[in-house]
Design a protein around this ligand. Structure first.
Ligand code: PEP
Length: 253
């Protein structure tokens, strides 16, 4: 069975004491994760030791990084590499979030390099893709997303691509309170899976978890996650509220 994942993206939020409190409040709830379900916390890098300590001994809960640099080491002041994250036990790294593409000018080619670095470190890229509003309004979202995937991921082998988690995040739905309808989510998730099936075969495509991101909250998670090609969510704002994110974890199928 494909992995079903609730991934929190805290972005650049919370003080260390607020972060500790959020974990404490969230972990009061017993989520009873099944073997195929995971809760992942992409926290600011400085809080990784705290998150690791809070999640010690809890099965299927993981700490993630929000970004990495593609080189392993060297004179890259301020950056953190995939092997460095791996060395502190971080197994998942978010790659190509739309905020990084937009504010930091990260190109498809650069994201291909980052994906390679994450895989070479033995870790799992959570690779983000998704269209802006004008593309959605023009109805060309499928080819837009397909190009992002082809440019950054199609050089990977079949074995490598099964290690990648995809997060489809329509930019017009991120942090806006607007959510894609479950129909819109299913439609493009199925298309993304077909893109991988055309390249790698259906059996490989069926192993790839595709998360939906864009204003997921407790009230809509169950319906969105119930779609056959939606394998959970990447959650920003609602992941900063313990009761909300708990309910989102519990909405996994
Ligand atoms: C995100 O940051 O990836 C995201 C989906 O944010 P939000 O849930 O706030 O829309």
């Amino acid at each position: 069975m494909r992995k079903q994942i609730a991934a929190a993206n805290w972005k650049m939020n919370l003080s260390v004491s607020e972060a500790a409190t959020l974990f404490d409040q969230l972990l009061v709830t017993e989520h009873n994760l099944s073997a195929h379900q995971e809760a992942i916390f992409a926290v600011p890098a400085i809080y990784i030791p705290l998150a690791t300590q809070k999640l010690t001994g809890k099965n299927n809960y993981y700490v993630a990084a929000q970004n990495c640099y593609p080189k392993s080491n060297g004179a890259y002041t301020g950056e953190i590499s995939a092997p460095m994250f791996a060395s502190v036990g971080v197994k998942h790294i978010v790659i190509g979030h739309s905020e990084r593409r937009e504010y930091f000018g990260e190109s498809d080619g650069f994201l291909a390099e980052k994906t390679d670095a994450v895989l070479a470190a033995g870790s799992i890229p959570i690779f983000c893709c998704g269209e802006p509003l004008d593309i959605r309004e023009a109805g060309t979202q499928n080819s837009f997303v397909e190009t992002q995937l082809k440019n950054s991921l199609f050089h990977l082998s079949a074995e490598e691509i099964t290690k990648v988690v995809i997060a489809y995040e329509p930019i017009w739905a991120i942090g806006t309170g607007k959510t894609a309808s479950s129909f819109q989510a299913q439609e493009i998730h199925a298309y993304i899976r077909s893109v991988f099936a055309d390249k790698y075969g259906q059996a490989i495509a069926d192993q790839i978890s595709i998360l939906y991101g864009g204003s997921v909250k407790a009230s809509n998670a169950k319906e969105i996650f119930s779609q056959p090609d939606v394998d959970g969510g990447l959650v920003g704002g609602a992941s900063l509220i313990a009761t909300e994110f708990s309910a989102i974890i519990n909405a996994l199928k």
